[in-house]
Design a protein around this ligand. Structure first.
Ligand code: NAD
Length: 428
């Protein structure tokens, strides 16, 4: 999407191949797991408000459903590509597996720019998406959720369309619904909070007091905003945040060395995670080039925007002070940059472990929908913390015992579980 010189699907396959080799997986299991089981490509005609019809391309990929129904978000993005979705669906399989929830991996997307669509047009697009897919998704088949530039409102339109077609009420069809309409409390915070739960555990194991740390973030959307909030609650200091500015077609980094006030910053940020640069300047923020977030003298870097952001071209800018990188976004680090980070001894928590809080809470949402009994927010967050912490600990333990880095250890656990499931089912 953002950096077309890297193909995320090829990266996902390379990562898989290298772990498959370490695990000595049988050739048929490798062949089966290195590509999606199913994918759907379709056109969605949408009646626009001016009476014209626009046709959008949509995709849904189900990488693997051996451990449970496919699960994964739907992205709306003008530069969406099928290979991005293939990669993300594969990472969803590993993500659900590493946190040990009974779901598989899927992902969807539409090539569109919701910033240029009215509410009514977005609603028709959501309904059109479901109409194209209704036979191939469902609570026991494939369960969508929000992702980049989609939200709870889109999910409810999609659920409503699904229920209108199949009849009855099926709240388990989709997650990320609004609270009060089948959504779970805590879902909005879940991914960002999950990132900070694993950061807390990483720092604990590295004997670093979180209260003495500083961090720089890329992105200020749903994930980053909640991550910043909890990190500050734990006593960390956020020095820089970078985000995209659609009006200027570039990104900026906002810096305040003595730390940022998250509530003030959210007040000057739009629904797409863009900080208003003029207001930020008035509030005393330095406005720097977009990639400045990566070169800050901080202890922690948290990429929370898009894939392919830490590359061979900018990895050398990472300050010597950086001790931990937590990948909040999916696929933010390219393999060549990953190798350099590893060689430098920076402790990296890989994406599919770090950002698994969202899907874990989506799983809780399905459980609550099935019971028709909804938990208090504290209960949701406590269960989330416990699931993320225990996943982190298993990966950390394996990494220590087998002398692996965290990414490889997480892959070993995740791929082993899925390989076991496809073999136990007798598929390969
Ligand atoms: P979002 O759309 O709410 O926010 C994205 C943020 O990234 C915005 O602030 C945007 O301005 C910024 N951004 C975009 N391009 C940029 C660039 N080139 N430079 C700097 N900033 C840029 O998205 P989100 O839901 O916060 O998701 C962020 C990442 O986390 C994505 O990789 C997504 O796949 C992943 N993720 C999200 C969830 C979830 O629950 N929302 C769960 C797991 C993973």
């Amino acid at each position: 999407m953002s950096n077309l010189s890297y193909n995320p699907f090829e990266i996902a396959q390379q990562q898989f191949d290298s772990v498959a080799e370490k695990l000595d997986l049988e050739p048929a299991v490798r062949e089966f797991l290195r590509q999606p089981m199913r994918e759907y490509h379709f056109s969605i005609p949408v009646k626009m408000d001016d009476g014209s019809v626009k046709v959008f391309r949509g995709f849904r990929v189900q990488h693997n459903d051996a451990r449970g129904p496919a699960k994964g978000g739907i992205r709306f993005h003008p530069m969406e590509t099928i290979d991005t979705i293939r990669a993300l669906s594969m990472w969803m399989t590993w993500k659900c597996s590493v946190v040990d929830i009974p779901l598989g991996g899927g992902k969807g997307g539409v090539i569109c720019d919701p910033r240029n669509l009215t509410e009514r047009e977005q609603e028709r697009l959501c309904r059109g998406y479901v109409r194209q897919l209704v036979r191939n998704v469902g609570p026991y088949t494939d369960v969508p959720a929000p992702d980049v530039m989609t939200n709870s409102k889109h999910m409810l339109w999609m659920l409503d369309e699904y229920e209108a077609i199949v009849g009855g009420r099926h709240p388990g069809f989709i997650t990320g619904k609004p609270v009060g309409m089948g959504g779970s409390l805590g879902r909005t915070e879940a991914t960002g909070f999950g990132v900070i739960y694993v950061l807390r555990e990483a720092l604990r194991n590295l004997n670093i007091d979180i209260r003495n740390t500083s961090a720089s973030f890329q992105g200020f959307g749903n994930v980053a905003q909640h991550a910043v909030k909890l990190y500050q609650q734990y006593g960390g200091r956020v020095v820089a945040i970078s985000c995209w500015d659609e009006a200027d077609k570039t990104s900026y980094t906002f810096r305040k060395k003595d730390g940022m006030n998250i509530d003030v910053l959210i007040n000057i940020t739009d629904a797409y995670g863009t900080i208003d640069k003029n207001k930020a300047k008035e509030l005393g923020y330095e406005v720097l080039p977009g990639d400045a977030w990566i070169g800050q003298d901080v202890d922690i870097l948290i990429p929370a925007a898009l894939e392919n952001q830490i590359t061979i071209a900018n990895v050398h800018k990472i300050s010597r002070q950086v001790k931990v990188i937590v990948e909040a976004a999916n696929g933010p680090t390219t393999p060549d940059a990953d190798k350099i980070i590893n060689d430098r001894g920076i402790f990296l928590v890989p994406d599919f472990l770090a950002n698994a809080g969202g899907v874990t809470c989506s799983y809780f949402e399905q459980v609550q929908c099935n019971m028709n009994y909804f938990w208090e927010k504290d209960e949701v967050l406590a269960r989330l913390d416990s699931k993320m912490t225990s996943a982190f600990r298993s990966v950390y333990e394996l990494a220590q015992n087998r002398n692996l880095n965290m990414r490889d250890a997480a892959y070993v656990i995740a791929i082993n579980r899925v390989a076991q499931a496809v073999k136990s089912r007798g598929w390969v």
